[in-house]
Write a protein of this length. Structure first.
Length: 446
């Protein structure tokens, strides 16, 4: 009996000890959740943050081979492909997209670097145009009274004429009647003057009749000739008012003409215009007075130096080009209206931060270069570029003069960086900066 009681007591004590041990283990294991349950969400979050261990920025993310970046493992060792020692990639490098390329592989893939510079940049571009007439030198020949062409002296388009050269003979009943009125007034005034009865009225009539002939198109010499002959002329000679070439002729001998109709158009070709079509993107680099070089297929090996005289204030909506006028002297008459011409222009040379165009990688939403960090390390750097000239890009933001960037083998570096890193440069578009115009932005009206 006594032994049975002792045995039963020992079993109870052992069971109690086991139960207490289980409770203690459960309390230790569930300490965090229990504290959070009894203390609330804030206390649980604080406990979790206190227990979390901060990640080290230089902690190794993985190991890879500089010759074979596809090899990735979590422990150091040898590359299974080439046997080289694996190099560590830190978490910072992984996040920033930094890649390491040893000297042997740089030579293999042809990686070279260059410096970002600040130097004068001049954008050169060409525009296609054509030679045309100088509009300020065009002269029209027309009549102020109607009548008939009795004799035509200049009968061919393209014929050269000089100032004062007769063009045609013209008969007009209205002009003939005005000549008769002038002669009568002039004779009456002369007779009154000879008898001493001249009056202001007769003198005024004579002046009015002479002025009428002048307004109808007669020159002073022609009016004096009418006075000298004492009889009206049936045909009046119409002379060329300018020196040049006849580019339009709208009359034939014997034709009836109306007052105001253009009969001839004369153009002086000692100076011509070249009107060039400049692409809309290049118009910002064109200004009045800018030097230009004009060449023509008609005269290979020969060029003309000129200056921009005018920029037309409109754009061709179809071709998206603006028109620019260049004026050229043409004393030898080598430049003929209608010829095609090529106009070379260049923007003003101003100092700008520049990077070789071969260094820039297009990733869709971004433009990237790879900065040389030394020791074979390259990091992608977003840049904003502007004008391109002479295989150089203007850098608006992202680089400073003196920075070293990869200038060849860039696409191979970009491909390796995209495969072996977790950088977000490659997929996501850059987030637009918040502006006060957007609802909810700092300083925006609510």
């Amino acid at each position: 009996m006594i032994e049975n009681a002792k045995s039963s007591s020992g079993r109870r004590w052992l069971s109690t000890a086991v139960f207490v041990g289980v409770l203690a283990a459960a309390a230790i294991a569930l300490r965090g959740p229990l504290v959070g349950w009894f203390s609330g969400p804030s206390a649980a979050g604080s406990a979790s943050q206190a227990m979390a261990k901060p990640a080290e920025p230089n902690a190794v993310d993985h190991y890879t081979c500089s010759m074979h970046p596809s090899v990735v493992q979590q422990t150091p060792g040898k590359c299974p492909i080439c046997g080289m020692d694996l190099v560590p990639i830190t978490k910072t490098q992984q996040a920033e997209g930094v890649i390491t390329i040893d000297e042997a592989r740089r030579q293999l893939i042809g990686v070279r670097t260059g410096r970002v510079i600040e130097a004068p940049m001049q954008r050169a571009f060409r525009a296609v145009g054509h030679v045309t007439y100088d509009e300020s030198s065009l002269t029209d020949v027309n009549l102020k009274v109607g009548g008939w062409i009795t004799k035509l002296f200049v009968s061919r388009t393209g014929q050269h004429v000089a100032t004062g050269q007769p063009l045609f003979l013209f008969y007009s009943p209205d002009l003939y009647g005005a000549e008769q009125d002038f002669l009568l007034a002039n004779q009456g005034n002369t007779a009154a003057a000879s008898t001493g009865d001249a009056s202001n009225r007769l003198a005024m009539l004579g002046k009015a009749a002479r002025q009428r002939l002048h307004l109808l198109g007669l020159s002073g010499a022609q009016i004096d000739a009418v006075v000298k002959s004492g009889a009206p002329s049936e045909s009046i000679t119409v002379s060329s008012p300018a020196t040049g070439f006849v580019i339009e002729k709208d009359v034939v001998e014997g034709a009836s003409v109306e007052a105001g109709k253009r009969l001839f158009r004369i153009a002086a070709l000692n100076k011509v215009w070249v009107e060039a079509e400049v692409y809309e993107a290049d118009l910002a680099h064109v200004r009045v007075g800018q030097e230009a070089t004009v060449t023509l297929d008609y005269l290979p090996g020969h060029s003309y130096e000129a200056k921009v005289a005018y920029i037309y204030p409109y754009i061709d909506a179809t071709a998206r080009t603006g028109r620019v006028r260049v004026e050229l002297a043409n004393k030898q008459l080598e430049l003929r209206p209608g010829m095609y011409a090529s106009v070379a222009l260049a923007s003003d040379a101003t100092a700008r931060v520049q990077v070789p165009a071969a260094a820039v990688v297009y990733t869709g939403p971004r433009r990237l270069v790879f900065r040389d960090l030394g020791d074979g390390r390259f990091r992608p750097q977003e840049v904003h570029v502007g004008t391109e000239a002479n295989d150089m890009y203007e850098v608006l933001d992202g680089l400073e003069p003196g920075d070293s960037v990869a200038t060849s083998g860039v696409f191979l570096i970009a491909a390796e960086a995209r495969i072996s890193t977790a950088s977000t440069y490659w997929d996501k578009a850059p987030e637009a900066p918040e502006t006060p115009d957007k609802p909810g932005a700092a300083g925006a009206p609510q």
